[in-house]
Ligand binder design. Structure first.
Ligand SMILES: [Zn+2]
Length: 856
């Protein structure tokens, strides 16, 4: 490294971000600066990962925030001397590409590839330290071949099965939707259409086999936000309870099972509710009953989900309560889900609010069996009492506390074969079938003689057929005859390919395993690479993926671990869920419409130009429909990527929502301009040795620098990037005021250190300044400074100065000042000089930490 300054390096007076940024992006590219070092295996590794984007064609501020945070973390750990893997890829299958392609008359493949190259060039402008050699795209054959491979491996493990089941059918997009893709009003998350119910044979992954482990291992995830762990825990929803078996009047050997966590309320069961697909409906013979069932099904399909709890009808069948042989009416009710548990629930209106409402609506008996105060006097209740209490109206169990009663009743039931202990999960198996074209084909052949036959690895990939754009017939693989018809791999006779494609969540549930082995052609992931790089040290992404994506990725990791592909239990050690980027939107409360700011005269007192009403200013997530989106490129072109990065990191802690503010963006630009000024003044001044040395100032600036190193390191490690930037600002101010008191070598050293501290945040300007200081290597290949603890120590005491036993002065002095230094400092003092004047000093006695006595 060159330590002397090059005269030709004299910097411009003005900070020209665009010029600098283009120059260094080119330099980094040409030198492949961010290539992952895979040779040096003794170095500590660090895997920094952003949730990969869907290639919509447009980079938005949410992306920018996500990738800038990951980039900062990756750069910091690289400067700390670790080998860093920081990859990027594309979650590139899915419906939006297919819909957009149909609209434009191009193939989804072309649309997707064009978008990827567009977004890649946008990403480059941010100056990310991404190793693009590791890039993956889930719609590439050499990626989805391995998604198919994983599907087949799961098949071999018995984790894949097919089941006819009622599914949510989106009549507009003509596809099956997962439950979580249907909103609370029963509409599709994409098309907004009211979702219909339909029976279809579907492929499922048995995620429920791992329910217990997925739940228990949440405890291991110390580096995850508590809120995300709670969401996952609730989603898995483990409950410990009792399965009760009811006999049915007039139908021998028909058992109706229900699951309950409150067996203590068994005397309060006044009806049983079953789903409209329960096996009991096959026993319906009565015309009237069949008619009721049919119209109820229709209601479910056409109605919004909010009214469902009110729908139901009495079947006339009676269940027999095993505890007292009482007859209980059986109802069909729409709040009972097929897929959940047994498809039947016991109705205890007095002690369950939903049951209470259903009973009230349908005039069903309400019987109190739990009391807070052990009082069995009957009373009218206005809502269900859901707490635990003492049993009443429960024959021999009266007066027993709920918890004890659950135990006793369950034991009684086990003995008499009408009960068993049961653990039930809310988690359902993962429905992976999608009836669309633009997805990963399921590697299965269906033969009329042999049934469903999984393909072998030699047959992979099952590639997607080309589509005929002219006819717009790309709704389903069923339309591609040449592709569809094959001979059976087992018997050779006529067979057809499975035409379902996989849920894109399947493609994204293992991509982090592919990056370290992206060049690997004979396996999805090489064992050595996986052992070296996994788990991911820091995963960064939006909180909207807190449940499904993370749960599926955890499941797949565990399932593949059990096939000995690697030996990790959890894929992501630390998780950071960044908040949204919001901007002011102008809403007319009366009409509910958003008004574009371009139509508003006075943004401080906004008025709707159409009806003249006052508009409300709301901070909302940036979106086209609300006219409040800000394109990252606008900011980058005006101020530079470094300013955009600094703003995003400074404005709010990463997990909080961030409110866009133009003046705050300008504030960051001004800060970088001040940094530029600090360097330009000092570098052009460098050869003049006319500095005024001042020891106190030197100590001060040393202290400030070391405090900054300490605080910034701590802040980055705690994901507090905003306070780290405040430290950079403080240090910049201190340097501006005091650097003139330093000698040349120190000046150079301090300016270099500041560059390194700034580098993870603003990688371009720091690189430029670093080179202006005479360095030839990149600042991003230097070393993060370590803290000089001694420079930080600040403890001082008040030294009493006596002359011939009389107090003549007091000095504030650092605790660790040496005896020599104490003597020297004291004798230099004006007060002391005055008393000594020309007298001879006979003796000096120093009591460290207290006094100095000068005898004259
Ligand atoms: Zn066959």
């Amino acid at each position: 490294m060159n330590n002397s300054l090059n005269k030709n390096n004299s910097p411009n007076e003005i900070y020209n971000a665009r010029l600098i940024e283009r120059k260094w992006q080119k330099y980094w590219n040409e030198r492949n600066l961010y290539k992952t070092d895979e040779q040096n295996k003794n170095k500590e590794k660090y895997y920094a990962l952003s949730m990969f984007p869907y290639p919509s064609g447009n980079l938005h501020m949410g992306h920018v925030r996500n990738y800038v945070i990951t980039d900062l973390i990756a750069r910091y750990h690289s400067l700390k001397g670790k080998t860093v893997l920081h990859p990027m890829g594309w979650d590139s299958f899915g419906l939006p590409a297919e819909n957009a392609a149909i609209e434009r008359g191009i193939s989804p493949k072309k649309w997707t590839r064009d978008n990827i190259s567009q977004m890649k060039s946008q990403l480059e402008k941010l100056g990310l330290s991404v190793d693009w050699d590791k890039e993956v795209s889930t719609c590439d054959e050499n990626y989805y071949k391995w998604t198919q491979f994983i599907f087949l491996e799961l098949f071999k493990s018995g984790l894949v099965y097919q089941k006819e089941s009622e599914v949510n059918w989106d009549p507009v997009d003509k596809t099956v939707l997962a439950n979580e893709q249907v909103d609370s009003e029963g509409r599709s998350w994409r098309s907004g259409a009211i979702v219909e119910k339909k029976l279809l044979k579907q492929w499922f992954l048995k995620i429920t086999k791992y329910a217990d482990e997925l739940k228990n291992d949440l405890k291991k995830l110390d580096g995850w936000p508590e809120s995300v762990k709670i969401m996952q825990d609730n989603w898995i929803g483990k409950s410990i309870g009792t399965k009760l078996r009811f006999k049915i009047n007039n139908i021998s050997d028909f058992n109706l099972d229900v699951f309950t966590t409150r067996a203590d309320t068994i005397f309060g069961v006044t009806y049983i509710a079953i789903s409209h697909n329960h096996k009991l409906v096959n026993e319906f013979k009565d015309e009237d009953l069949l008619h009721k069932l049919k119209s109820l099904k229709k209601e479910v399909n056409n109605n919004n989900f909010n009214n469902l709890s009110k729908l139901g009808f009495d079947t006339g069948f009676k269940a027999i309560n095993p505890i007292n042989n009482e007859y209980i009416p059986i109802w069909v009710a729409n709040y009972v889900l097929d897929g959940y548990g047994t498809g039947a629930v016991m109705g205890v209106p007095a002690h369950d609010q939903r049951d209470y409402e259903f009973a009230k609506n349908n005039h069903i008996k309400i019987k109190l069996v739990i009391s807070k105060d052990n009082n069995s006097k009957s009373k009218v209740i206005s809502k269900a009492f859901e707490e635990k209490g003492y049993l009443i109206n429960s024959e021999t169990l009266n007066g027993t506390w709920s918890t004890d009663a659950i135990e006793k009743i369950t034991e009684m039931g086990i003995k008499n074969k009408w009960a068993e202990k049961k653990v039930q999960f809310r988690l359902r198996d993962w429905l992976v079938s999608r009836q669309r074209y633009w997805g990963c084909p399921i590697p299965i052949v269906i033969c009329e003689r042999c049934g469903t036959i999984p393909l072998s690895i030699e047959d992979l990939p099952v590639t997607l057929p080309e589509v005929n754009i002219e006819t717009n017939k790309i709704n389903s693989l069923k339309d591609s005859n040449d592709w569809l018809n094959v001979s059976c791999p087992k018997c050779g006779s006529f067979a057809k390919r499975e035409t379902d494609t996989m849920d894109t969540f399947m493609c994204s549930s293992w991509y982090f395993l592919r990056y370290p082995s992206s060049a690997c052609n004979d396996l999805p992931f090489d064992k050595d690479n996986t052992d070296r790089w996994l788990p991911v040290d820091q995963y960064v992404g939006g909180v909207e993926h807190a449940i499904l994506h993370l749960l599926y990725a955890r499941f797949l990791t565990k399932a593949l671990r059990d096939k000995d592909f690697f030996n990790i239990d959890e894929p992501f050690r630390n998780l950071l869920t960044q908040g949204m980027v919001q901007a002011p939107a102008f809403k007319n409360i009366k009409t509910g419409k958003y008004i574009s700011p371009s139509q508003i005269n006075d943004l401080k007192n906004p008025i709707d130009p159409i009806d003249g009403s006052k508009l409300k200013i709301l901070f909302e997530k940036m979106s086209k429909s609300k006219y409040n989106g800000i394109a990252p490129e606008t900011v980058i072109n005006k101020y530079g990527a470094d300013t955009a990065r600094m703003f995003i990191l400074f404005k709010a802690p990463p997990e909080k929502d961030l409110e866009w503010g133009d003046s705050d963006v300008e504030g960051q630009f001004r800060f970088l301009t001040r940094v530029w000024k600090l360097y330009s003044e000092n570098i052009s001044d460098f050869d003049k040795s006319s500095y005024k040395y001042n020891e106190e100032k030197e100590n001060l600036i040393k202290r400030d620098l070391n405090v900054a190193i300490q605080e910034i390191s701590k802040d980055i490690e705690n994901n507090q990037f905003n306070t780290a930037i405040s430290e950079l600002m403080k240090l910049n101010n201190s340097l501006m005021q005091n650097i003139k008191y330093l000698d040349q070598n120190l000046k150079l050293e301090f300016l270099k250190t500041f560059c390194i501290l700034l580098a993870p945040f603003a990688p371009h300007i720091s690189e430029e300044l670093w080179h202006l200081l005479g360095n030839e290597e990149s600042v991003h290949k230097s070393n993060w400074p370590s803290v000089d603890e001694s420079a930080i120590i600040e403890e001082k005491y008040l030294l009493v100065v006596q002359i011939n036993g009389k107090v003549r002065d007091k000095i504030l002095i650092p605790t660790d000042t040496s005896e020599e230094k104490i003597k020297e400092t004291s004798l230099k003092r004006e007060n002391v000089q005055k008393w000594i004047s020309n007298s001879e000093i006979r003796k000096i006695i120093v009591v460290k930490g207290k006094i100095i006595n000068i005898v004259i």
